[in-house]
Design a binder for this molecule. Structure first.
Ligand code: AR6
Length: 205
């Protein structure tokens, strides 16, 4: 787990020339991800992801924190987006946030009777956010733990999906353009789950 100053140190990388964006194969996957505990609205990165709802018009949890920190212009831009389906993502500017962009994704409301569909929708949140990031030349993207708050997704299952989807994308051809994925946790319990599972999906080799 990185402290905020360590995280910023790792982020203070020289911007790559556009034609050199493809990551070298010898850069370890583990060196392209970070775990950060704290408030995602404070991160000075190209994009932070918002765990939104289908209206995209704000709410509680991390969504409320992002809208409060970004200011009312974020809501104005969101009004023009016409909502978003579960498992899909839309991008806006970051306004008063240190982050340049906000990628709004709509996670599933967890249901024990529909585990398979929830898992596919959650994976789709991560995948479509990462795709939007690359389409918008985002190099650093920070994710909160989507659906695991108000939407009640079990943290361990959700974390496996987050790590697996990010790892698969980072290894893909377009994912080669992403420099770093940052997973942001709020609670100590969630931090423990990520620390336990990261070595399974991002082995240190
Ligand atoms: N920085 C980082 N993580 C945070 C922050 C923050 N400032 N605040 C909360 N978290 P949730 P969901 C963590 O409930 O489950 C909203 O009303 C939080 O501890 O924000 O996808 C939307 O409008 C948890 O680990 O999102 C939707 O209606 C994680 O962020 C609904 O909630 C996600 O919790 C979405 O629910």
């Amino acid at each position: 787990i990185k402290t905020i100053s360590e995280l910023f140190k790792t982020l203070a990388l020289k911007p790559a020339a556009p034609d050199k964006l493809q990551f070298k194969p010898d850069v370890k996957l583990l060196d392209r991800m970070s775990l950060f505990q704290g408030d995602i609205t404070k991160l000075d990165v190209d994009a932070i992801v918002n765990a939104a709802n289908r209206s995209l018009l704000g709410g509680g949890g991390v969504d409320g924190a992002i809208h409060a920190a970004a200011g009312p212009k974020l809501l104005d831009e969101c009004r023009g987006l016409n909502g978003c389906l579960t498992g899909e993502s839309k991008i806006t500017k970051g306004y008063r946030l240190p982050a340049r962009h906000v990628i709004h994704t709509v996670g599933p409301v967890y249901s024990r009777h529909n585990v398979e569909e929830c898992a596919q929708q959650l994976a789709s949140c991560y995948r479509t956010s990462l795709e939007l990031a690359v389409e918008n030349a985002v190099r650093h993207i920070a994710f909160p733990s989507i659906s695991t708050g108000i939407y009640s997704y079990p943290i361990e299952d959700a974390t496996r999906i987050a790590l697996n989807t990010a790892r698969t994308y980072l290894e893909s051809e377009s994912g080669g353009k992403l420099e770093r994925v940052i997973f942001v946790v709020w609670s100590n319990k969630d931090k423990g789950v990520y620390e336990k599972l990261i070595p399974e999906y991002f082995p240190d080799k």
